[in-house]
Design a protein around this ligand. Sequence first.
Ligand SMILES: *Cc1c(COP(=O)(O)O)cnc(C)c1O
Length: 394
Amino acid sequence: MGIYDDLGVRTIINAKGPSTRVSGGLLAPEVTKAMTEAAAHCVDMAELQAGASKVIAGITGAEAGIVTSGAAAGLLLGTAACMTGLEPGRMARLPDTTGMKNEVIMARSQRNFYDHAVRTTGARIVEVGLPDRVAGAGVRDAEGWEISDAIGPATAAVVYVASGSSRPALEEVVRAAHGKNVPVLVDAAGQLGPVSNLKKFIAAGADLVTFSGGKAIGGPQGSGILCGKRDLIMSAILQSLDLDIDWAQWSPPASLIDKDRLVGLPPHGIGRACKVGKETIVGLLVALQRFVAEQEETRRAVFLARVEKISNALSRLRNASVTVRDGMTPKLALIVNPTHAKTAMEICVALQNGTPSIHVDPSQAAGGILVINPSCMADADVAPLTQRVRELLG
Ligand SMILES: *Cc1c(COP(=O)(O)O)cnc(C)c1O
């Protein structure tokens, strides 16, 4: 707590999960140690990203990969790569898209706050399909033929946001896009969970996939992964590296950047603002290797034990009940009695503004439910959390 005390900043109990707003999760000591070690030496950043590429390729099955400052940065860099290819003139011009393909197709139901990162490049999003199923009566969403139909001479990419409810299936989108030589960029930021998902989207034919480093992987909060086709990754890294160097002096590692294929060196690209430091790159790689090595079942058991401890402590509340929701990340549903004077959102705000400050997941508050996610909590957080909930809900 020392450093936060010095800054006059209170620490919080994060029972919401790895959200950026509440600073993500807690780093394993091995990750922190690797970051400290990385900070003690200087390296060539292109060589470090080439080393990262080997690790990421091995784990994801992609041809190449880089560490980014987050999945949103992965969307930005991936979109830019699809628009510029390996042409330095185009890289220099973005976000002015004159002379290049500048449309990105997305299913309308998949639009979300993070697609601002796609539009940051100067690309225009073309929405496809009516998510009629959301209306209740309907069953349909965007379909493969609609994506194919929307592809034209200005289409740079199709962006697909992966989730359990995304439609159409990725395989169908890949078929439609590849049928017209258009790459597919998958936003899989929150799709881990299952370690197998690190390979799944590449195996389904995606050209680029981005993951958050600060969510389930347990890497630094400001980290992410972009992996995929070698040429696209070469373009993405060229648009994010610092290129303040003379062409004659520049000797990047050929495994990541093949200098012979470039007519010249672009100036700093549109991704230069998404800088990622050596400590972050090393921290992400160590976290990624731990995430893959650790048994899913071990991770789940730790979370389940924490949830059950909370559940037991809250089993006899006067104004709420609790249910354990088992799954990849077991969670606890705190169901506020509808007859209680305070709504779930009011309880959420009271938890947040009390001492200690506790953040829970409010996404189902409208239905009277607050969700407690154990994945970013320490064991020491359990007692103060349950005490505070008992104070508020009897
Ligand atoms: C979290 C998230 C992002 C952003 O990831 P960062 O690593 O925080 O940049 C993008 N897309 C989706 C769907 C997400 O859930």
